[in-house]
Design a binder for this molecule. Sequence first.
Ligand code: UDP
Ligand code: MG
Length: 327
Amino acid sequence: MISVVVPIYNEEENLAHFHQAVTAAMVKTGEDWELVYVNDGSRDSSFDLMMGLQAEDPHVVVVDLSRNWGHMGAISAGLRSARGAAVIIMDGDFQDPPEVLPQLVNGWREGAQVVVAVRRSRQESRKILAKLFPLFYRILATVSDYPIPLDAGIFGLLDRQAVDSINSMRERNRYLPGLRAWVGYRNAVVLYDRRDRAAGDGKLSFLSRIKYATDAITSFSYKPLRLCLLFSCLASCAAMVLVISTVISRVPVHSIGFGIAAAIFIVGALILLCLGILGEYLGRVYDEVRQRPLSIINKVYYASEVTVAASNSGFDSEEATRIYRVA
Ligand code: UDP
Ligand code: MG
């Protein structure tokens, strides 16, 4: 069986249509499947719609989270609840086109353990931020200490071993495309054209995107920290040159007041920047130390039997996936 994990936050306009499209695509693969909708604390009728879909279609599994945990939290919960021999992860807004699913499954059948869907083109011209994505991927590729494929988001297929490896990873501030590259295994790539969202607005706020980008960089690179060292070297060199040239040229101190003030501001700004960079890493270390779960599952509804997720740890994979079946 193949699991398709879809994080859902306020997607009532897309759900019914999306369900049909994914079902049609999975029928084409010739494999059995389950469709795991993760309700990430939706405030609209998404949850009722999912339960309605499940009443009609036994392929549907609904994972109901305790609140809105964000894209990565929802995907982590879906990965922990999925039971398939392979798991496809995709967004529920048609940006990851369901027509590509048979190609992902083919890649897996041909022996790939991780099939990454890579964007050949994008159709999100109306968003300024979307134009920055390609730039972000290039910056990440440059700074990353580990090679991460360009232009690949969460969309793709992982086989059971890769899913278990990712589930066993304990880090909280997750960048899935990076973790997927990091676990290794035999990889294959499928190219696709990224569409615009079918209906509704993007659900990720500007700040959460910045956080995601920062997670990506901090979890795969120490280079920003090394940048602080570079700043300190530059500032020390500049200071030495200044001191020496002041002594040699015998410029009266009062006439270099402006220069000194400017230097203090510049150095002050650099120090604060370095503190900010340190803070980004330190905050993430704090997240790790607290060991809070990635997300908390309220209930998992499998078709035909009402099932309740036993554990709210949402973290310890064995505990979290132990399911009590209610006859
Ligand atoms: N999503 C989610 N939780 C959130 C925000 C988004 O589960 O807090 C879901 C959303 O319903 C969609 C997917 O994650 O299926 C991607 O979200 P969105 O399309 O808003 O992100 P974008 O494609 O704009 O980056
Ligand atoms: Mg989207």
